[in-house]
Design a protein around this ligand. Structure first.
Ligand code: ATP
Length: 320
């Protein structure tokens, strides 16, 4: 192994820069050459590839986003596009690739390994914490802090105005961000994708609590469940109190990574290089019970379902 490359793909997440930095610096420490591929698989296809040195990754550990850029490039699903990408990698003399991204990016990496014998290692970079084979993804803890900060601010104004606030949180089909934010933000209701949502039940619960003397409420809900602005109108019509929905959206993706994410990304980046040096390929890195682990990418995506943290939801309900 002489030359490796690194790219970031899919949705960006705070801590991706720290992961790139770790890959670059630990590879250089092992005497390898490192190349940065800009804009994910799109940049690979269009040959946006540059050699990196230790100073290419100076001053980025504190920065959100990814200095390499990221892109959605659905054409990478086509075998002929992947074949051209493998050719481009070989034309640079690159021996192996580290892909930082979500499960879509992982699938692309695995196909490159399987079809072209090209050693790839995946690192979990997404705020959603929805990747199997790891307890935490890079970016999740930072996004959680951002969501809790927003909820705290909404609590101040909701409580002053006896208002009901609905906060829509990212996470796609995974409740981790929502439930953890609900507990940390002391929210009354957490609506998550893993549990069937009944608008009627929610409204009845709010009605009861307001009859019992409550003056304001905070509801957190994962994205893609329902139209939160319509939900706000329906609650206001029945309960009577002003109800507003706030969609946190991409705000959750930005910001300086917290210490946890910087450390996680640094450890995972260094581990990816270690694995490549050991001849591993088609693997994805995770952290489970505080230990770094690696799994076959496809097995992780297909077979290792992320467990729904029902216990967290129960705690949030008990404390309401
Ligand atoms: P996030 O979870 O943040 O959305 P992701 O990596 O899952 O990240 P996707 O948009 O699904 O994001 O995938 C990123 C890129 O990976 C795609 O644009 C495409 O280039 C590649 N990719 C996704 N799915 C496949 C697939 N089935 N085969 C080959 N490449 C894929």
């Amino acid at each position: 192994l002489k030359k490796i490359a690194v790219l970031t793909s899919g949705g960006d997440a705070p801590g991706m820069n720290a992961a790139i930095r770790a890959v670059v610096r630990s590879a250089l420490a092992e005497g390898l050459e490192v190349y940065g591929i800009y804009d994910g698989y799109l940049g690979l296809y269009t040959n946006k590839i540059e050699k990196l040195n230790r100073y290419s990754v100076s001053d980025i550990i504190t920065k959100g986003g990814t200095f390499l850029g990221s892109a959605r490039f659905p054409a990478f699903k086509k075998p002929e596009v992947r074949a051209k990408c493998a050719e481009i990698l070989r034309s640079h003399g690159i021996d192996a690739l580290v892909v930082i991204g979500g499960d879509g990016s992982y699938t692309g990496a695995k196909l490159l390994t399987e079809e072209h014998g090209f050693p790839c290692i995946g690192l979990p970079g997404t705020i959603d914490n929805d990747i199997p084979g790891t307890d935490y993804t890079i970016g999740y803890q930072t996004a959680l802090e951002t969501a809790v900060d927003a909820i705290d601010r909404l609590r101040d104004t909701s409580s002053s105005h006896h208002r009901i606030s609905i906060v829509e949180i990212m996470g796609r089909h995974c409740s981790d961000l929502t439930v953890s934010a609900a507990i940390a933000g002391g929210c009354e209701y957490a609506i998550v994708p893993e549990v069937n949502f009944s608008k009627e039940e929610l409204i009845q619960q709010i009605e009861r609590s307001f009859q019992d003397g409550k003056h304001h409420a905070l509801i957190v809900i994962t994205e893609l469940i329902t139209d939160v602005h319509q939900l706000a109108k329906d609650i206001e019509a029945r309960v009577g109190n002003e109800t507003r929905a706030t969609v946190l959206g991409h705000v959750q993706r930005g910001g300086s990574p917290c210490a946890f994410d910087r450390i996680l990304a640094s450890r995972m980046g260094a581990y990816a290089v270690e694995l490549l040096l050991k001849g591993e390929k088609g693997r994805c890195v995770g952290i489970q019970r505080e230990e770094l682990v690696h799994h076959d990418i496809i097995e992780a995506i297909d077979k290792m379902r992320r467990p729904f943290k029902a216990e967290l939801l129960e705690v949030s309900k008990k404390l309401f």
